[in-house]
Every structure is written in structure tokens, then in C-alpha cells.
Design a protein around this ligand. Structure first.
Ligand SMILES: [Zn+2]
Length: 183
């Protein structure tokens, strides 16, 4: 799929990776269905799809999105052209939706413990998730988290990955969501 924003392997200079990713993310400002360029202030849907080890992104105009419903999207949110940093509230919701989706893999989907952990960290920074306790389980350390909005509890296993790997993942996801995800 050409309209996908690719996720390459994370290596080398982090800054140049970031610049490159942002460039790719910006260039996709056309509908992935009808190829029409979005006009100023047009609302559209941004959708993430599993792609190899990571995710790719496609954007859709509202008519194309409604026509097909995009049930195969892993996660999606509403965006507005030209893409700029979304409102904090919208951004938190998009990130929370993605986190919940990662936490509940569907049949045949592989678990993504690293992504779940990364998004738990991001959402804790944004105070959308609160750390209740850190428990030692059979699979290692488990973060028990409570969602600020409704008290829903999530248990996230610490995958014990190195900081550079988390940073790389964060940059990739920043490019897909077209918003800096802290650090
Ligand atoms: Zn379209």
C-alpha cells in the first residue's frame, strides 16, 4: 500500500530519523482511498495498520472512510488538515485508544508488550494513567495502572527493554501520530 507511512528499523542518528519520519508523515496528506489532497481545515480519519513488526498509517477523507468503515484498521482517530499538533484532549484520547487496543490483542494477533509498556509510560506522563503499584509476577515486574477518567485497571508487564529501544519506538510512534510523544 503506497499511502502507508513506513516504519523502518531504528538505527543510527536519532535526530535524522525523526526528521525523516516527520517528512514522510507530512507528505501523506491525501486520502488513501480516492487520492484527493485534503483541503485546509478538512476533517479526515487517520488510521494505523499493522505492517511487519510495526505499523503503517493511512489517512482517509470522511466519505471514503464512511463508505468502507475500515474495519481492518488497528486504531484510528479524527484529524484535521493541515496536520498540526492536535488538541491535548484529542491527542490523549487517540493515544489511550491505541493503548487499549494494544492491551487487547484479537484472535491471531501477536501481543506487543514493548508497545504496551511504551504507551503506559507516555500516558502516565500525560497523567491519563496513574501507577497504583509495581508488583512482581511470574513474568517479571508488572505495572498496575489505573485510568484517571474511569478507574479502569490495566496490568502492563515491564518488558525490560533498554532505553534506546524505547526511544526508537517513541520516535516511530511520534511520526505516526504526527505529534511529539515526550521523552
Ligand atoms: Zn477519499
Amino acid at each position: 500500500m503506497e499511502a502507508l507511512v513506513g516504519l523502518g528499523p531504528v538505527a543510527g542518528d536519532a535526530m535524522s530519523l525523526q526528521a525523516e519520519s516527520w517528512q514522510i508523515a507530512r507528505s501523506s496528506h491525501a486520502c488513501g482511498g480516492c487520492a484527493r489532497k485534503f483541503v485546509d481545515k478538512e476533517e479526515y480519519f487517520a488510521a494505523l495498520y499493522p505492517q511487519g513488526e510495526g505499523f503503517g498509517r493511512r489517512d482517509f477523507c470522511v466519505p471514503c472512510w464512511s463508505a468502507e468503515g475500515r474495519p481492518d484498521a488497528f486504531s484510528y482517530w479524527k484529524a484535521r488538515a493541515p496536520e498540526s499538533a492536535p488538541r491535548k484532549q484529542d491527542q490523549r484520547r487517540a493515544l489511550m485508544d491505541f493503548f487499549e487496543r494494544v492491551m487487547s490483542p484479537r484472535e491471531g494477533e501477536e501481543a506487543r508488550p514493548k508497545l504496551a509498556y511504551l504507551f503506559a509510560l507516555i500516558l502516565m506522563q500525560k497523567r491519563a494513567l496513574r501507577l497504583v503499584e509495581q508488583a512482581e509476577g511470574e513474568g517479571g515486574t508488572v505495572l498496575v495502572l489505573e485510568r484517571a477518567a474511569d478507574g479502569k485497571v490495566f496490568r502492563v508487564v515491564d518488558p525490560r527493554i533498554v532505553d534506546s529501544e524505547i526511544d526508537g519506538l517513541r520516535l516511530e510512534m511520534s511520526a505516526l501520530f504526527a505529534t511529539p510523544l515526550g521523552g
